[in-house]
Design a protein around this ligand. Structure first.
Ligand code: NAD
Ligand code: MG
Length: 401
């Protein structure tokens, strides 16, 4: 067989991009807004038919007026009347609260869910979407960290594709296209290291929200920015990768790569390593998840090897960034431990963002909560909801929230 890649295919010769109606769950956030940017760039391919936001009603109203979706959800119920009034007469169904989110997830108004809600709050609507057989473009990593076994089993039963949006997992997914029957030795998740790469505890003890939130390579929401600065983000991503790619913990490695040009790698059993590379821009994995297996042409800036010749790699400093160590423990032990860790982390990050908890104290909150809440080896979905609530209560009591 001969391959000829010189032919420039005309649009009509290519398989069509199948998915057109996008439900943007978390449309007011960093991923949500970038998803809408992609939709704006390809108005003939995509339509935003469901938009959900937690509390930023002004942005939600503006987005709804621009994209004219079928359904809008404001999950903060106190904002319902304002949104309803602003969109009256537009033919848009407006809903509120968690029940509104789940109803929107169950609706026939969309084909692909962009799961871009942050934290545990994304779990319920995502499970509902999987039950309804929707394709999931998954940005919300906490969904798999908390209940990866339940979600992946349900997706397999329903024949649902879960396509990663997280840049590392998108990179691995892209490396695996065409490799279905080839065994993986390991995956290598790259981490920028965040704003405090190379720093030691005597420095970290004093860092504040304003500094921690400034990621060197990516502009992201507040929670993931703090998670990146503590390396918890990479721990969450190890657990996310375990479920997405059906790996054992020992097949998942982390390497610090400060330039964020290699987004992650797969090493196969023949010792060949594939990497996916590019300038850091979340619009790429967002777009790929919406068009897989197709790639769309764009005019985003290109990476220039000649101008950026140095790519560095170092092992992570788990002694200093202890959150990554805690996540590795949770990855190995499994059961409800990742769920407990995630809940405690959400509370600790919230406390840090409110200046109630110091940078290093976040680790103490997570560690103590992981030790406190009883371990369950094979939790049900209900167990996960209960453990999340218990862990939140305990962590909140440590922080005096
Ligand atoms: P963000 O904070 O910017 O946005 C979060 C969105 O979730 C907002 O639309 C908000 O209204 C909504 N939301 C928050 N709390 C909610 C609740 N209780 N109920 C319903 N909706 C709620 O966050 P983000 O940076 O866009 O990240 C979203 C998810 O994507 C996270 O899980 C994050 O880990 C993941 N992710 C983000 C990036 C990135 O570049 N931002 C990259 C990889 C993965
Ligand atoms: Mg990532």
């Amino acid at each position: 067989m001969q391959f000829d890649f010189s032919h420039q295919f005309a649009e009509e010769e290519l398989p069509p991009v199948a998915v057109k109606r996008i439900g943007v769950f978390g449309c007011s956030g960093s991923i949500g807004k970038q998803t809408l940017e992609v939709i704006r760039l390809y108005p003939n391919l995509f339509k935003a038919t469901v938009l959900t936001a937690h509390s930023n009603h002004d942005l939600l109203i503006n987005q709804a007026l621009e994209f004219n979706p079928e359904i809008v959800v404001i999950s903060d119920t106190t904002k319902y009347n304002v949104v309803k009034e602003a969109l009256s007469g537009k033919g848009i169904k407006v809903m509120a609260g968690d029940p509104g989110l789940v109803e929107a997830a169950a609706s026939d108004a969309y084909d692909l869910m962009m799961a871009a809600i942050v934290g545990f709050a994304g779990l319920k609507p995502t499970i509902k979407a999987v039950e309804k057989g929707k394709t999931i473009a998954l940005a919300n990593k906490e969904t798999l960290v908390v209940a990866g076994d339940v979600v992946m089993k349900l997706a397999a039963e329903k024949g649902v594709s879960i396509i990663p949006v997280d840049s590392e997992h998108s990179a691995i997914f892209q490396c695996l296209v065409g490799e279905q029957s080839n065994p993986i030795e390991k995956i290598i998740l790259t981490a920028s290291g965040g704003p405090f790469v190379g720093k030691k505890p005597n420095y970290l003890v004093n860092v504040k929200r304003e500094h921690a939130i400034q990621h060197p390579n990516w502009s992201m929401g507040a929670k993931i920015s703090i998670d990146s600065s503590t390396l918890m983000n990479k721990g969450l991503e190890m657990i996310e990768a375990k479920w997405l790619f059906n790996l054992t913990p020992s097949q998942i490695e982390v390497v610090i790569h400060p330039q964020s040009i290699i987004h992650s790698m797969v090493q196969f059993k023949d010792n060949s390593i594939k990497a996916q590379m590019g300038l850091p821009d979340m619009k790429l994995p967002i777009q790929y998840a919406m068009t897989y297996p197709r790639r769309l042409q764009n005019e985003y800036p290109r990476f220039n090897f000649a101008k950026s010749a140095v790519l560095n790699f170092d092992p992570p400093d788990i002694k200093t960034f202890r959150n990554l160590g805690l996540a590795i423990t949770a990855l190995h032990k499994g059961g409800n431990l990742p769920c407990i860790m995630n809940a405690a982390n959400e509370l600790a990050v919230y406390g840090f963002l409110k200046n109630r908890v110091g940078f290093l104290d976040m680790t103490e909150v997570i560690e103590r909560t992981m030790a406190e809440i009883p371990f369950i080896e094979q939790p049900s979905l209900e167990d996960y909801f209960n453990c999340d609530a218990e862990a939140r209560n305990f962590a909140a009591s440590l922080i005096n929230l």
